[in-house]
Write a protein that binds this ligand. Sequence first.
Ligand code: SF4
Ligand code: SF4
Length: 129
Amino acid sequence: MAVMITEECISCDACAPECPVAAILDENNEKNPQDSFFYVKPESCVECVGHADAPRCVEACPTEGAIVWDMPYTKEYNDYWQAGQDAGTYNIRVHKKKGLMLPEQKEQPFIADVSMSDRESNANIGRWA
Ligand code: SF4
Ligand code: SF4
């Protein structure tokens, strides 16, 4: 990751078709741990690095505060993602052989310019700033 979708989401489905890596699940998807709003799979989200200059999902989203920053999906934050998994916030994919696909198994790209304080506070992603 990553970016995170919050309860501000109105399930309009504008974001999911824009994601270059199919990381966004609707509220009815059985792999979505939230039952009333959309969800970003952190183990899949690449923050659009290599695809666009900014997160495409945010460009498409009509709702301020529905998509916010989350921590990088890197080994350094492995414990953070494990804790979120344990708490039910995330539903990280389980690989048949490798097990839970935490960053220690596979890291994802992230936008280095975003401050860790913005990530830690789940700050809005700048489009409305
Ligand atoms: S930031 Fe990019 S890769 Fe991540 S969920 Fe949004 S559109 Fe998909
Ligand atoms: S575009 Fe925004 S409001 Fe619509 S489903 Fe995606 S996150 Fe939710």
